[in-house]
Write a protein of this length. Structure first.
Lengths: 191, 292
């Protein structure tokens, strides 16, 4: 397990390779379907959201307000990343992202942007909303809540030792491409 | 209605926070079989920790608490309208309590009013039977796995799939290949051969109400179920698509009659976070028995 701690510098990110298991400590911003489309169409980041050298988490958490009116994250696993493929490459380049956390992997355009800009795709275990939610030590803020609703808003989380696997690195390698090719070849033998 | 309301909130809580025993048993087997020290094993360990934590904290196993699907078996004369009203209220309260995510979006305006209640949400299927028993089954089906479901209209030349069981096998395995890790595997397939486009998908989902360790009473379908599981687990897709031994935990196949012109095979993919629970209810709506 490699400890990946903020600040997320290009050197730290370039040192990561496909198959590395990492534990992330620092700040994450969530963003999923509505946020990607909004940014792609030229929407401005709300004041307070800084993605430069940051990590974007494809996640729509369950968050409720406790008796004191504080946000409490009840469940927060990753959502399927493939839906953001039309937008992700541009967003990595434009906003200077160093990492994208999600599940299921992404395509060639994102892989190319990772290589070019020094970014990695970090695969969290899909469905593991409690294990991952426990790593969120603080809900700092929420943005675009009225516009997009709770699951689609931008949440700002502090995380500690958040577990993920590097499945697309900044050297052009993708575990998803490899597994797809191997399973395709295997299936061809079995049907 | 108060008792029924409370029973349905409890059904939702338990469906969201606790994995059924048959699924847990299959997941534990897959963890044992996975190669030690791999990222696939590590993923399945996280899955196990997650199942324990969710149960202990009474919180959602997965943050995508999914489409809310009720299947109600009820006697003749049962008041479906009142039941549906109570179920909607139970969903609202379960959402406030955080058992369900605010998960229902107006498809035209994009607005999410935070209640999980709206046109088509939750979905209720009623089935009348000649027994006094009321049985309520609930499935929470997340969007990630729903999105990798597929419907094939046979024949399909590209896959050399004709209108026969070998053709069905080819398209079902194609669905597994296309899904890779995107449906949060190791998963379970519910499949329907036949029907029209709508009933075929609907029957495929209903197959997921069967327990994983049951056997299909139709010999041809039973053989196909076993074959698909064995073959899929040779593909090396593995948990989360990380590569590994277990790609599927099970396959359940049903058949519905078709018209001569159509031959649909519909595949519903269920993620490892297989949230289904069920209860039988007493006369006042109290829970009498858990079904899974």
């Amino acid at each position: 397990m490699i400890s990946l701690t903020a600040p997320f510098t290009e050197d730290k990110i370039r040192a990561l390779k496909v198959g590395d298991e990492v534990a992330i400590t620092g700040v994450l911003f969530t963003g999923r379907d509505a946020v990607h489309k909004y940014l792609h169409e030229g929407g401005a980041l709300p004041p307070g959201v800084d993605l430069r050298n940051g990590i974007l988490y494809h996640c729509g958490p369950v968050v409720i307000k406790d008796e004191q009116g504080q946000w409490k994250c009840v469940a927060a696993g990753p959502t399927t990343s493939a839906r953001e493929e039309p937008y992700q490459g541009q967003i990595i380049r434009q906003f200077g992202l160093r990492g994208v956390i999600g599940k299921g992997g992404m395509g060639e355009r994102t892989l190319a942007a990772c290589q070019e800009a020094g970014c990695v795709y970090l695969h969290a275990v899909g469905g593991a909303a409690q294990v991952l939610g426990e790593c969120i030590t603080k809900v700092r803020n929420v943005y675009l809540m009225d516009q997009f609703g709770a699951p689609e808003a931008i949440w700002e989380f502090e995380v500690k030792a958040f577990p993920a696997v590097v499945t697309m690195d900044s050297h052009g390698k993708s575990l998803h491409q490899e597994v797809l090719a191997a399973s395709q070849a295997e299936l061809a033998k079995l049907v | 209605m108060k008792q029924l309301h409370d029973s349905l909130v409890e059904l939702i809580r338990r469906a969201s926070a606790e994995i059924p025993d048959d699924v847990q048993a299959a997941l534990l087997r897959s963890l044992e079989e996975e190669k030690k020290g791999t990222i696939a094993e590590s993923a399945l360990q996280i899955v196990q920790r997650n199942i324990e934590l969710a149960k202990q904290k009474s919180q959602p196993i997965c943050q995508d608490t999914g489409s809310i699907l009720f299947y109600v078996d009820c006697p003749v004369g049962f008041d479906e309208i009142s039941f549906a009203d109570t179920a909607r209220e139970a969903v609202k309260l379960a959402t406030k309590k955080g058992y369900l995510r605010q998960n229902s979006v107006d498809s035209i305006t994009g607005k999410n009013d935070g209640t999980n209640v709206g046109p088509g949400a939750p979905t209720l299927h009623f089935h009348q039977h000649r027994s006094p028993e009321v049985a309520v089954r609930l499935m929470l089906k997340g969007g990630g796995c729903e999105n990798v479901g597929a419907q094939y209209s046979l024949p399909i030349e590209r896959l050399k799939a004709d209108r026969d069981l070998p053709g069905c096998r080819k398209v079902i395995l194609d669905a597994v290949l296309q899904a890779q890790g995107k449906g949060c595997g190791p998963g379970v397939l519910g499949v329907c051969v036949g029907g029209d486009r709508a009933t075929s998908y609907e029957f495929s989902k209903q197959q997921l109400l069967r327990k994983l360790d049951d056997r299909n009473p139709v010999p041809e379908l039973d053989a196909l179920e076993q074959d698909i599981v064995n073959t899929a687990n040779k593909l090396g897709i593995g948990p989360m698509g990380f590569g590994g031994k277990t790609t599927l935990l099970g396959v359940k196949i049903g058949a519905a009659n078709r018209v001569p012109a159509s031959y649909f095979v519909s595949v519903s993919y269920m993620c490892w976070a297989f949230r289904r629970q069920g209860v039988t209810l007493g006369a006042d709506g109290q829970i009498e028995k858990w079904l899974y």
